[in-house]
Design a protein around this ligand. Structure first.
Ligand code: ADP
Length: 192
């Protein structure tokens, strides 16, 4: 199994690049943001709880996302590998993911981290908000709160994988294809 984490702040292009990567490498895409938005769309109790936090730009509790990822892993036993997008977002989530993968005799091969300046992130997210229908993309204060959560809680996840020598940093500014090529180079190097 080839398991990959696509890492980076909100607006760094994880969703865009994920679509291209899963197609090229045949990986199963697991985006906790998408899974949460599908709970919200179905009006589940979990969705209602998550929406409150997401609309404030805060993270949802670790147990909630770890549970969602655990069931997604179990329901895709035939997957060639997984692309994790927006997960893990805290050190506790990273440790839980390692344990879940270990149960399947699998591991994270690589974390690719997209780096984008804060001004560019805010600009991209406000632009996405014009069409995405995502309430967390329309308000600059909520966008800034998400970036603060990223620095306070999520950036440490890169340190966690860095200890195992698994992190590669990619410049997330440039054309979509340039960034995709840089990602593929790192992935190919790790696969071979
Ligand atoms: P973005 O990275 O662009 O902010 P996402 O779709 O990945 O968008 O996430 C949207 C929101 O969903 C986050 O602001 C957070 O509230 C919640 N969320 C997504 N993934 C996680 C996670 N792994 N842990 C906690 N909260 C999460």
């Amino acid at each position: 199994m080839f398991n990959l984490i696509l890492f980076g702040p909100p607006g760094s292009g994880k969703g865009t690049q994920s679509e291209k990567l899963i197609e090229k490498y045949g990986l199963k895409h697991l985006s906790t943001g998408d899974l949460l938005r599908s709970e919200i769309a179905r009006n589940t109790p979990l969705g209602l709880e998550a929406k409150n936090l997401m609309d404030k730009g805060q993270l949802v509790p670790d147990e909630v996302v770890i549970g969602m990822i655990s069931s997604a892993l179990d329901s895709n036993p035939q997957a060639k590998g997984f692309l994790f997008d927006g997960f893990p977002r805290t050190s506790a989530q990273a440790e839980a993911l390692d344990k879940l993968l270990e149960l399947k005799n699998a591991t994270i091969c690589l974390m690719v981290s997209l780096e984008v300046s804060e001004d560019e992130l805010v600009k991209r997210l406000l632009k996405r908000g014009e069409t995405s229908g995502r309430s967390d993309d329309t308000n600059e204060q909520v966008i800034r709160a998400r970036i603060v959560e990223y620095h306070n809680k999520t950036a440490a996840v890169a340190d966690y994988y860095h200890r195992f020598g698994k992190v590669k940093i990619i410049k997330g500014e440039g054309t979509i294809d340039e960034i995709f090529n840089d990602l593929c180079k790192e992935i190919d190097a790790c696969m071979n």
